[in-house]
Design a protein around this ligand. Structure first.
Ligand code: SF4
Ligand code: SF4
Ligand code: SF4
Length: 181
């Protein structure tokens, strides 16, 4: 069965946060509780005075070796046949193990509901033949989404500040030749 993933090009990202806003809007992610399923971040690398900052738009990478799933004591996290990793809110006990072990900050505790939530890869949109909301609105093409077989060959598995790609097998690739230098 086909699976999906992200392609991110840091040089194209203008840090407009349209992807973040679209995610909140489509998924009705609660505002005012600091839950951001997609986050536009600045990664720093290098050593002073030669320091480089790189923009990255990060959400759940729907890892093949999803540590969040392995450590969840309530078995609330599962991976669909198409690779999308989801959290069952009914089962989630809000213990926080998944966000301790996810290196990408994807699972986030909603302090109001005491449940952990995260990016669903907009599976509801995919099932309607649509792209995820975040990738749809990106005005520069910095954030793209597609079938993993095609995405994989378009980038590399690491960028500054992005950790453990070999261990986690995240479904994200980065366009290397355009990194800022
Ligand atoms: S990015 Fe984090 S939350 Fe998403 S599948 Fe990987 S380990 Fe789990
Ligand atoms: S795929 Fe959907 S849920 Fe995931 S970050 Fe993008 S808009 Fe949010
Ligand atoms: S919408 Fe595109 S350009 Fe804007 S912050 Fe997100 S990834 Fe970057």
């Amino acid at each position: 069965m086909k699976s999906y993933g992200w392609l991110f090009d840091p040089k194209r990202c203008i840090e407009c946060s349209a992807c973040e806003a679209a995610c909140k809007q489509w998924n009705q992610v609660e505002t005012g509780v600091n839950v951001r399923w997609r986050r536009v971040l600045r990664q720093e690398s290098g050593t002073f005075p030669v320091v480089q900052t790189t923009a990255v738009s990060m959400a759940c990478n729907h890892c093949e070796n999803a540590f969040c799933q392995k450590v969840c004591p309530a078995r609330a996290i599962w991976r669909r046949d198409d690779g999308i990793v989801l959290i069952d809110a009914e089962r989630c006990v809000g213990c926080g193990q998944c966000y301790v072990f996810c290196p990408y900050g994807a699972p986030q505790l909603n302090p109001t509901t005491r449940k952990t939530t995260k990016c669903t890869m907009c599976f509801d949109r995919i099932e309607q033949g649509l792209q995820p909301a975040c990738a749809t609105v990106c005005p520069t093409g910095a954030l793209q989404w597609g079938e993993w077989d095609e995405i994989q060959g378009k980038g590399v598995d690491r960028m500054p500040g992005f950790h453990f790609p070999r261990q986690m097998q995240p479904h994200v690739r980065f366009v290397k030749e355009t990194w800022r230098s």
